[in-house]
Ligand binder design. Structure first.
Ligand SMILES: NC(=O)c1ccc[n+]([C@@H]2O[C@H](COP(=O)([O-])OP(=O)(O)OC[C@H]3O[C@@H](n4cnc5c(N)ncnc54)[C@H](O)[C@@H]3O)[C@@H](O)[C@H]2O)c1
Length: 354
């Protein structure tokens, strides 16, 4: 069996840059650090081959992907120069991909938009990863449709409601094509850290009184957070993902962000948790996390691409519940940790049909 996974990308921004650099990095690096899963079934990160890409910015469209990923406004860390990939970025229909606030950073190309269904079919893409900006719901739906028509699995890394929408679930189930999403949960980031610290405290018998997390960053996505209406979808997803770690209701604020341009793609998250422990004694916990956004997203995308391919090898199609619960903040179905571990183990062995 060929080990290659033919993947396409919609949105050549910071996350795509880290993913493409990561594939080059793990192809060269003999002692890899920074991977949760060195192999998923037979697949390593180096087996992901990017065969097509879409964007709308004139600095990226028409360029080889190995150069397009370093064009402005991308500002994530360069940790390797990938060799020439032979994949030119195709022009797409912008639709709602350009927001009134952060959109001014995008220089719209005047190239003729490609037909995404045809591009995916011609490239024999097996998986399409949607990495368009937060709030690009119509653009995300365009890609979900194109993937379906060209029988390509769809990974929705954005907060647009696709994998968690029952109509899209039925369409992918009927077409026997895998679907995962929505909104990638970073390898390490504010959501996973906040959730796990809250779960630990609850497990130790503490009562959570209130909590908040505040993010500041300099990537385009952080600037988008200033567009309160567009960003509301992200805030809601983050809040419900964190709140799900505690079995009762309590005051919570998550997903509030601000933009500091000189931070580039770095993000700092501040957390506070207050509550009570033994004898009603009060506690207050403060944490701060600083990291780079792109690699935190790309790490999980590189797992999910391989999990989707492996699931498909084993005949699993439609919404992939365990893969979505592992990799995303708003999956079709939340699974308790123990169930998730068992389902992922079964998925790796190919003993479970969703
Ligand atoms: N840590 C993370 O970076 C992280 C975590 C969770 C989710 N996400 C999600 O991943 C997505 C991408 O994040 P990012 O930081 O890479 O964003 P980004 O702004 O750096 O990149 C988005 C890219 O999409 C392009 N684009 C706009 N409209 C398009 C269209 N119609 N077709 C194709 N391309 C289009 C833009 O030109 C840009 O290159 C966002 O939806 C974000 O919410 C990212």
């Amino acid at each position: 069996m060929a080990r290659e996974i033919r993947a396409a990308i919609a949105g050549v921004g910071n996350s795509a840059s880290s993913l493409i650099q990561g594939i080059a990095y793990y192809t060269q690096e003999k002692k890899p650090v920074g991977l949760a899963n060195k192999k998923i079934g037979p697949y390593g990160v180096q087996d992901i081959q990017i065969v097509a890409a879409f964007d709308v910015d004139k600095r990226k469209v028409g360029r080889d992907l190995s150069e397009a990923i370093f064009q402005e406004p991308n500002n994530t860390r360069k940790f390797i120069q990938p060799s020439h990939l032979g994949v030119k970025v195709q022009m797409a229909q912008p639709l709602d991909g350009i927001s009134p606030i952060a959109g001014e950073k995008i220089l719209l190309s005047d190239a003729k938009p490609s037909n995404p269904t045809k591009v995916l079919a011609d490239a024999k893409a097996e998986v399409l990863v949607n990495l368009t900006p937060t709030g690009a719901t119509r653009a995300s739906e365009m890609y979900a449709r194109a993937a379906l028509q060209s029988k390509c699995a769809f990974i929705n890394a954005t907060p647009a409601r696709i994998a968690s929408n029952t109509q899209w679930q039925s369409k992918y189930r009927r077409a026997k094509v895998p679907l995962t999403g929505d909104d990638i949960m970073d390898q390490v980031g504010s959501t996973i850290l906040h959730r796990n610290v809250l779960a630990l405290l609850v497990d130790r018998g503490l009562h959570i009184g209130e909590t908040y997390q505040l993010d500041i960053g300099g990537g385009t996505e952080s600037e988008l957070s200033l567009d309160k209406k567009r960003y509301e979808i992200k805030r809601k997803i983050k809040t419900s993902s964190v709140a799900a770690a505690v079995p009762y209701q309590f005051p919570i604020v998550a997903g509030s962000s601000d933009f500091v341009d000189f931070m580039e793609n770095r993000r700092t998250s501040y957390f506070n948790i207050k509550g009570e422990y033994f004898g009603g004694t009060e506690f207050s916990l403060d944490m701060r996390l600083s990291l780079e956004d792109g690699p935190a997203c790309a790490a999980v995308v590189s797992d999910v691409i391989r999990m989707v391919k492996l699931s498909w090898d084993h005949g699993e199609t439609g919404p992939l519940n365990a893969v979505s619960a592992y990799g995303f903040k708003a999956p079709p179905k939340r699974l308790p940790d123990q169930t998730l571990k068992q389902e992922l183990a079964a998925m790796m062995k190919g003993t479970k049909n969703h």
